[in-house]
Design a protein around this ligand. Structure first.
Ligand SMILES: C[S@@+](CC[C@H](N)C(=O)[O-])C[C@H]1O[C@@H](n2cnc3c(N)ncnc32)[C@H](O)[C@@H]1O
Length: 240
């Protein structure tokens, strides 16, 4: 490869981000239903558990990153009744769904460069989003910036808890099995290609141990909780 051609080519992280946006533009209409079918509705239980886990913190100002159609944010609204709940998403089609189905305020923006002032929130939540960071240090630094001291960052994600005894099964399930299942469910919904994003994003994302290190490097005290035999994990960070 010549110097010129390598300098004009987009970086893999940029290409990945573009691919993510294109996929979610196409997935916006079917995202929620496909998610429920592919997970046998356990994704909804996982979201409820996530919201209830921090019920005692009584956050008044919540930011949901990668809000999508508001699937996780609605649970926070129900259990926490915050004064402010803002959602950020990079895909306008997803924010249109949020606006149609909820009263949540949505902002278009990139999670790695949040269009939000510092120290504004008590809690940052995200559901099945963290796999889509292209630069994790940048992403969690941004969270740390917009949270007040003592504020909480909580991420619900597919299980990649490398200290769990079923970790090899989780890995197999979210890569090989989901690749096939994604085609079976995705093709009739007209989005077979987009469902391949799940195994790809799972493979790219850090494990729970790596995430805990990233969180501690960016100013958080981190812990990981698992449920459904480790098929889901919740990564919690308290801003120091
Ligand atoms: C898998 S969906 C999650 C939706 C919802 N939070 C849930 O509980 O199902 C991931 C969302 O993250 C958004 N997203 C991906 N990369 C992003 C980024 N860099 N900044 C902001 N949003 C992003 C996508 O547009 C998509 O709506």
């Amino acid at each position: 490869m010549t110097q010129e051609s390598s300098s004009t080519q987009a970086k893999p992280s940029k290409l990945y981000k573009t691919g993510v946006i294109q996929s979610f533009v196409r997935l916006a209409k079917t995202y929620e239903m496909a998610n429920h079918i592919m997970s046998f509705w356990t994704d909804e239980i996982a979201r409820y558990k996530t919201a209830r886990l921090v019920e005692k913190k009584k956050p008044r100002a919540i930011l949901d990153i990668g809000i999508g159609p508001g699937t996780l944010a609605r649970k926070f609204l129900k259990y926490h009744k915050p004064t402010i709940l803002v959602g950020v998403d990079i895909t306008i089609e997803m924010l249109k769904k949020t606006a149609k189905e909820t009263e949540i305020q949505g902002i278009i923006g990139d999670a790695e460069k949040l269009p939000i002032r510092g120290g504004a929130f008590d809690l940052i939540s995200s559901g099945f989003f963290l796999r889509h960071y292209t630069n994790y240090i940048k992403g969690y630094r941004e969270r740390s910036r917009v949270l007040r001291i003592g504020g909480i960052s909580i991420d619900l994600e597919l299980g990649k808890h490398d200290r769990h005894f079923l970790f090899p099964i989780h890995k197999w399930y979210f890569t090989r099995a989901m690749h096939i299942f994604g085609s079976v469910v995705g093709i009739p919904l007209g989005s077979g290609k987009e469902f391949k994003l799940l195994p790809l994003s799972y493979t790219r994302s850090p494990s729970s141990s790596q995430l805990e290190k990233i969180l501690s490097r960016t100013g958080f005290d981190a812990t990981t909780r698992v449920f459904f035999l480790g098929f889901y994990m919740i990564v919690i960070g308290k801003k120091q």
